[in-house]
Design a protein. Sequence first.
Length: 286
Amino acid sequence: MITILPATIDLHCHSTISDGLYPPEALVAHAHKQGVKVLALTDHDDLGGLGVARRAAEQHGIQFIDGVEISVTWKNRTLHIVGLKVNPADTALKAALAVVKQGRISRAKLMSEDLEKAGIEGAFEGAQAMAGNSIITRTHFARFMVENGHVKNSKVVFKKYLVKGKPGFVDHQWMSLEAAVTLIKNSGGTAVIAHPGRYGLGMVNMHLLMQEFRGYGGEAIEVVTGSHTPPQYDQFAKIAHRFSLKASLGSDFHGPGISYMEMGCISELPTTCVPVWNDWPEAQHL
Ligand code: AMP
Ligand code: MN
Ligand code: MN
Ligand code: MN
């Protein structure tokens, strides 16, 4: 089996196409500076950065993997499913994500109405200005609220606003787990459960999720991610093994200073894991 140094592969990060701070070219340049050799761009619900990022990666000698992070509703919770090696030209995937993009606009308007009741005006326009042509996310609302002095920083935003039970939260209906996994698979990709440790699932639901996900054709879970603690690396390595799932690794980098982890600073997978990139030609040279 090949062994890969920790910092050289990163299969989860965001550009300005979703809620990252760097445009795709700059993100790839940053990855290169940080020593990343195999990189997947996984913007939320949008494939728009992949072409540019791939060309930038070629210039830097980085092996590029087309990716996406799809928002899903499962048992009244929001989960994120990463697709790796998806086809950016796949019509069904593109059409489904276009629907999500529109849904995000409707959701943002409702979020804004709710924030207005809490005394925060013009949030939709403000967040949209932050997003530009990108999909509109809670991160853009957070940036607007911080920049306009409503809230001290984005950490406080996600504590006092935009989350369940707080102003600006909208219980949005995302795609089903089955639809996300099927779209990813049908476009030639591999479905990966992103940061499973972040959903607050008890053991019963966690196991149900793994089983259901596998049943739809899902193949891997993130074991090492910026949003897991080192004890969670071991916990999810065991779960991956138990459910015969491969393991993925990614920083979930959004930008300098605003991410759980910097690119190229991430631990290796526990040795018991089967890496999701095990049989990828792009990762053989490492
Ligand atoms: P959305 O997909 O619009 O619900 O936005 C979700 C995004 O908000 C995530 O991808 C994160 O980038 C960001 N986010 C969620 N929770 C937090 C948090 N506690 N602190 C900072 N950013 C967060
Ligand atoms: Mn994000
Ligand atoms: Mn996520
Ligand atoms: Mn992410």
